[in-house]
Ligand binder design. Structure first.
Ligand SMILES: Cc1ncc(COP(=O)(O)O)c(C=O)c1O
Length: 416
């Protein structure tokens, strides 16, 4: 940036009302996400849960979860309880442990670090290590691998865009330290065959990480309302670690995720300890040092506020909403679902028109389009923000399809 256009550091202070007004003005062009016009980034369960999360966050706004053990005992207890409630939900055996992180990417990073250190400790696996994952696994595995000099072998998905377990088995060798399955995967919203991956992991004594970041916290409640959700959690004996984000379909404020380990010693492997500096023993279970106390408190409060019956009520609404979106999309000539959604993540494509041209039409009509590149499709994570705008969305989608006919193909790029 040239110095002439650089924003100067303010010479004098400004009061809050003026700042508030300026900030509101700065965001005028934002996507109308509260009206369901953003298919990703934001999630909503209920207005009451939103308010509880906000109040609890603000109550612990200044506290630092890094100091939970030495100073903020209430927060420490809340964090421990959030982890225990998660372990309970994901059917973890006695002895399983976990911790909170600031998000899915961090949970995945820590799981990969723990796994790498386990692999080194076994002395049986050859470096450079690799991770075997379906093509649909989240980019965060490559981010972790990039930092830790590991390789990720991504295999084409099989039927219904679920992991092809045979292909993954064939890709394993004596450098494979981790198998990955998603529950569900972000691109297509389907749960990988975790049962088969669990069997494969046990047969090879390999670490299986289940990435339940996006839907993990709502999937058990879809199961409880009678939806057909395949097993994916610690009930399967080969599942060694599992990540699940509170700040997505747990309906808690950001930044909040959980990483769970079947074995206590694996969490030890995930920890970072350092002593050779002036301030003495430094130990963290996360990449971050300072962590927002508000996020811990808010997760604790939202989980208690909703409880099992509250999450089930939202799951019912979400399941119905997803069915209605799917029916509406399938009723538009040329559009079809790429995969039957296991939860509320939808991915659909088009016959006879370029779906990216349709997406451009949606963008022109004020909707931020979510896209998948391979296969080409549109993508949305539906939460309760998407309830009120559904009719407008479907009407605009139909109009965009009609306009796209004969319009040629679009230069739009899929961007996450
Ligand atoms: C399946 C999956 N894993 C991991 C992540 C990464 O989570 P975060 O953005 O919180 O780092 C996401 C994000 O959407 C996801 O869908």
């Amino acid at each position: 940036m040239s110095t002439s256009t650089r924003k100067p550091f303010p010479k004098t202070g400004t009061d809050w009302p003026s700042l508030d007004a300026t900030m509101t003005e700065m965001s005028i062009g934002d996507v109308a996400w509260r009206d369901g016009r953003a298919p990703l980034y934001v999630f909503h369960g209920s207005d009451a849960a939103y308010e509880v999360g906000r109040a609890a966050f603000m109550k612990y706004f200044s506290e630092n979860a890094l100091g939970g053990r030495r100073a903020f005992f209430g927060l420490k207890r809340m964090e421990d309880e959030v982890v225990e409630m998660g372990l309970d939900l994901f059917q973890a055996p006695t002895g399983a442990v976990g911790n909170m992180t600031t998000g899915g990417s961090e949970s995945i990073f820590m799981a990969v670090k723990a796994c790498r250190d386990w692999a080194r400790a076994t002395g049986k696996l050859k470096e450079p290590f690799n991770i075997v994952a379906p093509y649909s696994a989240h980019a965060a595995f490559n981010k972790a691998a990039d930092v830790m000099d590991l390789k990720v072998r991504r295999l084409p998905t099989g039927q219904g865009y679920r992991a092809d377990v045979d292909a993954m088995a064939a890709a394993m060798d004596d450098s494979t330290i981790m198998l990955v399955g998603s529950a569900p995967c972000f691109p297509h919203g389907v749960i990988d065959p975790i049962q088969q991956l669990s069997d494969l992991a046990l047969a090879h004594n390999t670490w299986l990480h289940v990435d339940a970041c996006v839907g993990g916290y709502v999937a058990p409640f879809f199961q409880r309302i009678g939806r057909d959700i395949p097993d994916y959690d610690f009930a399967l004996p080969g599942v060694r670690s599992l990540s699940a984000d509170l700040h997505k379909f747990g309906f808690c404020p950001k930044p909040a995720s959980n990483l769970f380990y079947r074995y206590e010693e694996d969490r030890e492997r995930g920890l970072f300890h350092f002593d050779e500096w002036p301030n003495g023993q430094f130990s963290t279970a996360t990449l971050s040092g300072t962590r927002a106390g508000g996020a811990v408190a808010a997760a604790w409060a939202v989980m208690h506020h909703l409880g099992e019956d509250g999450y089930m009520a939202i799951a019912r609404q979400l399941a119905d909403l997803t069915d209605a979106y799917v029916a509406g999309i399938e009723a538009i000539e040329g559009l079809y679902l790429l995969a039957k959604p296991d939860l509320s993540i939808i991915n659909f494509a088009a016959d006879g028109v370029d779906i990216f041209t349709v997406a451009e039409g949606m963008e022109a009509r004020g909707w931020l389009p979510g896209l998948t590149r391979n296969p080409k499709g549109m993508h949305a994570m539906l939460s309760m923000f998407h309830e009120t705008g559904m009719e407008d969305y479907l009407a605009d989608l139909a109009a965009s399809v009609t306009a796209a006919r004969g319009a040629g193909s679009s230069g739009l790029k899929a961007v996450y």
